[in-house]
Design a protein. Structure first.
Length: 341
């Protein structure tokens, strides 16, 4: 029998993703989010899928028992099912944000932006997100978001002990010798913001070289990622869910690799390269060779990072395609008048 109303309902935080709020709500009753959904009459084994899939029946059921409006619940999603390929399979977080959460309310919660591969950098604190538990070092265990005593807390699921977020440790950095200084952080944050807007069907706020329509930005970033992956010889294993495949007669033509499918450090590096090569030079001071990098990792081999340097670094079997794909990016003056929402 479905519940009529829940006596204890935590208010959603601004910017909180739907599955995070469901986890906090379920924790008040010592339940998993999937079990809570069953109690309200909606069987769904993976509550995190709600972050990307419109589910009006689930929204109505939750609104009925919690008092949170259907509109508010819908606004807590990351995007539509067509953007699922940008879904990050494992939790990621900003350490400084979680420290503030614990000090404010003794509970951790996930931001909507953290669920998307379009985000590798905390736009508030200018530092890369993390995905490995500080206690056990494992990824994908949800250690920082475990139900404990009616709250969602930083607890290690592997070692069954609290996770300390206050131990001093060096922050993660970008690969290829790229420096995450304030100028680079601003450029990456601008790219992340517009990627999120594009995936949500909204117009872009900045101009990006080689981009005429908003939907072209995530496609171009995905292709830059693929160039890097092929050059490094990495093997990606992305498994779209069955429901995503069933909705598409030719799913192979809709499939593309995204930064959500690689480790966060590499995703951050790809977004940094994309910001350098695609950014508007009048807005971001990291373009046109003004940032140095060292693909070999040797400090003495640092050189200006530009489209031409990037193409020269690519594997010879990839460079020809990369040159054709980035043909509209090389000249900074081509950005003028090229953008249309």
């Amino acid at each position: 029998m479905a519940l009529r109303g829940l006596p204890i309902v935590p208010a959603p935080f601004r910017g909180e993703v739907l599955s995070s709020w469901l986890a906090r709500l379920a924790a008040r009753y010592d339940l998993r989010a999937s079990h809570l959904l069953s109690h309200v009459g909606c069987d769904m084994p993976d509550a995190r899928a709600l972050d990307w899939c419109a589910a009006p029946r689930v929204d109505r059921a939750l609104a009925r028992v919690t008092g949170v409006s259907v509109q508010r619940l819908a606004g807590m999603r990351c995007g539509g099912a067509e953007a699922w390929l940008w879904d990050r399979p494992a939790p990621a977080w900003c350490r400084t944000c979680l420290q503030a959460d614990l000090l404010a309310g003794g509970e951790t919660w996930e931001r909507r932006a953290w669920r998307s591969g379009a985000t590798a950098l905390c736009d508030r604190h200018g530092q890369l997100l993390e995905e490995a538990c500080p206690c056990c070092g494992k990824r994908g265990t949800g250690c920082l978001f475990q139900s404990q005593e009616g709250r969602v807390r930083a607890h290690c699921a592997t070692r069954d002990k609290p996770v300390s977020l206050w131990r001093q440790r060096p922050p993660p950095g970008l690969p290829w010798g790229l420096c995450l200084d304030p100028l680079m952080a601003r450029a990456i944050a601008g790219l992340q913001r517009d990627l999120g807007r594009s995936l949500g069907g909204r117009p872009l706020q900045a101009r990006w070289r080689g981009v005429t329509w908003a939907a072209e930005l995530p496609a171009l970033v995905g292709d830059i990622l693929l160039m890097v992956v092929l050059t490094l010889g990495l093997r990606l294993q992305a498994a779209p869910p069955l429901w995503w495949l069933q909705q598409r007669a030719d799913w192979r033509s809709d499939f593309s690799f995204t930064p959500a499918m690689v480790p966060l450090e590499l995703a951050g590096g790809v977004l940094a390269l994309a910001a350098i090569m695609l950014g508007d030079p009048d807005r971001f001071a990291v373009t046109d060779g003004r940032v140095a990098w060292s693909p070999s990792g040797i400090a003495q081999e640092r050189q200006p990072c530009s489209v031409e340097r990037f193409l020269a670094w690519l594997d010879p079997g990839v460079a020809g395609w990369g040159r054709r794909r980035l043909a509209g990016v090389g000249a900074s003056n081509r950005i003028k008048g090229s953008f249309s929402p």
